[in-house]
Design a protein around this ligand. Structure first.
Ligand code: MN
Length: 326
């Protein structure tokens, strides 16, 4: 990220892309509220009807900020996953992650939990009995490409991520490479995930990868991006073709930038499974309900979540624009 005060020539005027490529476009996608577990409601920003993904990011939930004093906080009992990675990021609160590999890991603000399901894993995410008053964070899913989705399950906890200070902005790189900083998190497609926290009015330039599409969300405050004001509850989608992005903030704000190369594989997403066909998802559901494949989460007192009933129609694979594939 560079300060906006260092003006550079406009690439479109000086040997840029005029007449050779479509202008990059942006579209503001409103999210919707979804209950998660018994005690939490999240804002779901992806997938959306016609915009299923940003790169391999295929699921974005924003929860809080809320006061969970005297309440259980996050209580998500054991449940299975296939074909994806979960990325958990907190700015307030505490969650204990337990999984079928035996992981038992508390996550706190500024840390990253990254779980790779491969062909099957189960986990629980529960706030401990004694927890902070606040709860605020993101849970994101990354679709695994064909060559990684049948692999072994894996869990990574990163207590220390690259953090850059640029004037009034603090930039944390959760996933991928951003400028000269690179996250240690292991991913399988070209991908980036960055948090930008600003403490007051300002203007910041973020370096972008022109081959990536991007999404910008606000966790708190307002951010002006590409002529649009983004506030909590919506995701601004940006088509590929940009080499930088200016973020302007009228005051304090916490923004999150997602990006990646457009994901070309069609997916069947149902409940906690990311697959490629109806049959795969039916098999995963059967295996979970029969106690096969996904192991057991030890140390979690809550009963495993039963899978919901399948719809009466076949599940269809969809591309990243939501178009069905037959
Ligand atoms: Mn999960």
């Amino acid at each position: 990220m560079t300060s906006a005060s260092a003006e550079r020539p406009d690439d479109r005027l000086y040997g840029g892309t005029v007449g050779t490529a479509a202008e990059p476009e942006s579209v503001l996608l409103p999210g919707h509220d979804v209950p998660l577990g018994r005690y939490t409601t999240v804002r779901r920003l992806l997938p959306q009807r016609e915009r299923r993904m940003v790169g391999a990011w295929c699921f974005v939930d924003h929860f809080g900020p809320e006061d969970v004093t005297g309440r259980p906080g996050m209580q998500v009992p054991p449940h299975p996953h296939t074909g994806l990675q979960t990325v958990t990021w907190l700015v307030d609160g505490e969650i204990v992650h337990r999984d079928s590999l035996g992981s038992d890991q508390s996550i706190r603000p500024g840390q990253l939990n990254l779980m790779s399901a491969g062909s099957g894993i189960s986990h629980s995410e529960m706030s401990p009995a004694e927890h902070p008053a606040g709860m605020h964070g993101l849970q994101l899913w990354v679709a695994l490409p064909e060559e990684a989705r049948h692999g072994e399950p894996r869990f990574e906890h990163h207590a220390h991520l690259p953090v850059r200070q640029d004037g009034d902005a603090t930039v944390t790189v959760l996933v991928g490479r951003f400028g000269s900083a690179e996250s240690p998190a292991g991913v399988h497609t070209p991908l980036v995930g960055v948090e930008v926290v600003v403490r007051g009015p300002g203007s910041y330039r973020l370096p972008l990868e022109p081959t990536f599409e991007y999404g910008v969300l606000s966790m708190s405050g307002a951010v002006d991006v590409a002529g649009t004001t983004v506030t909590p509850g919506s995701l601004l989608y940006l088509t590929p073709g940009r080499s930088e992005l200016t973020i302007e903030t009228p005051g304090e704000a916490r923004a999150f930038l997602l990006g990646g190369e457009p994901f070309e594989e069609e997916l069947v997403m149902w409940w906690n499974f990311v697959g490629r066909s109806h049959e795969e998802v039916v098999q995963a559901r059967e295996d979970w309900m029969a106690g096969r494949r996904f192991g057991r989460v030890s140390g979690c007192s809550a009963d495993p979540l039963p899978a919901p009933a399948l719809p009466t129609v076949r599940l269809l694979a969809r591309d990243r624009h939501g178009r069905t594939v037959r």
